[in-house]
Design a protein around this ligand. Structure first.
Ligand code: FAQ
Length: 310
């Protein structure tokens, strides 16, 4: 009797057996993974830009060293993720072309400007904080190479989150001007951070299937709620006010209720009309073109080395 491969596959998923690159998988599972992992990889490397902007302006050597290390970590995350994506049979050049031509998405959050030093604090605290909330469950994603890449990424993101929160804490203990700077950064980054989790569950076309395949373990709204519950007390602890008039603790639900997200703004950013979309994409294309000689040199070296060892 012939066994349906789709049923066998779902059976492995249900039994928490990891799917590896050479295993059979439904074409739609492969396609979903390529989409999510490549969008994730693109987010990591585009995500280097807003913070890279502040490396030369960090207020001390210690801050500069930490920020530099963080931005380099993001490049490393991009590398692990592109490598994980390549195991699905797509090459890196194709993926990068999709990013540079504007065809591929990357996280909406990186289309906002970094106006002051406090934004380095807010990004580490909120953006990396949201990233961890979303990515810790991805360490258990059903696709082995993605799950394993996430383990290391999450360890580094937690250092990033702490360095960001520590910047905010230092600013809130500083002068009045520094406190205002920290509050202003929270005011600008709060709502875009909530949007990072994606559309609400009723408008998320991919969630149901991705959860069945155990790529995603929690829905977008579940993770967003967790992030709010986790982050609001952190804001209170350092004397900052979350910019949401509807935010309040709901004793019955044991969660914070929060105000409506501006989904129109989210859609605008996704369709290329955010405050920095064009600038970010141009910076990526320029960096890629200026790095062509490095790729050529590395390829030539690899070929020479291969000839010598044959
Ligand atoms: N921005 O049906 P869903 C970081 C797209 S962390 C842009 O809900 P899904 C670390 C979505 O892709 C940031 N697009 O989709 C860092 C889909 O597109 P489609 C990156 C978004 O996939 C920190 C469509 O909308 N993290 O980089 C966004 O089930 C600091 C419909 O949505 C990840 O990528 C958005 N915010 O759930 C770096 C984590 N939200 O179908 C530097 C992995 C949704 O048109 C500095 N990804 N879309 O192709 C995921 O967990 C999921 O892909 C979600 C979306 C949760 C983002």
């Amino acid at each position: 009797m012939e066994v349906n491969p789709e049923l066998l596959f779902q059976g492995k998923i249900d039994a928490e057996v990891k799917i590896e690159p050479r295993d059979w998988m439904p074409p739609a599972y492969r396609k979903t993974l390529i989409r999510q992992i490549s969008q994730h990889a693109h987010s990591e490397i585009v995500g280097m830009l807003p913070e890279g902007n502040w490396i030369t302006r960090a207020p001390s050597l210690r801050r500069k060293a930490a920020l530099l290390a963080k931005v380099q970590d993001e490049a490393g995350h991009g590398l692990y993720l592109y490598a994980a994506c390549e195991t699905l049979g797509v090459d890196r050049e194709t993926l990068l072309n999709e990013l540079h031509s504007g065809k591929a998405k990357y996280s909406s959050i990186f289309n906002y400007p970094t106006l002051t030093w406090a934004d380095m604090g807010a990004i580490g605290w909120l953006v990396d904080g949201a990233a961890i909330m979303n990515q810790v469950p991805l360490c258990r994603a059903s696709y082995g190479p993605y799950a394993r890449a996430m383990v290391r990424v999450c360890k580094e993101e937690s250092f990033h989150q702490r360095q960001g929160y520590e910047i905010m804490m230092t600013l809130t203990k500083g002068t009045e001007a520094q406190k205002r700077m920290a509050q202003d950064a929270l005011d600008r980054w709060w709502w875009p951070s909530l949007m990072m989790f994606g559309p609400s569950d009723t408008d998320s076309p991919n969630s149901a299937q991705s959860m069945k395949w155990k790529i995603k373990r929690f829905s977008n709204d579940e993770l967003r709620q967790r992030f709010v519950d986790y982050t609001v007390p952190q804001a209170e602890f350092i004397g900052l006010r979350v910019p949401d008039a509807d935010l309040r603790w709901n004793e019955e639900r044991q969660h914070y209720d929060f105000g409506a997200i501006d989904w129109e703004e989210f859609q605008q950013v996704l369709s290329g009309n955010g405050p920095c979309n064009r600038e970010r994409l141009q910076a990526r294309v320029d960096a890629h073109e200026q790095g062509a000689w490095v790729r050529e040199a590395a390829t030539a070296y690899a070929q020479k080395h291969q000839r010598q060892t044959v």
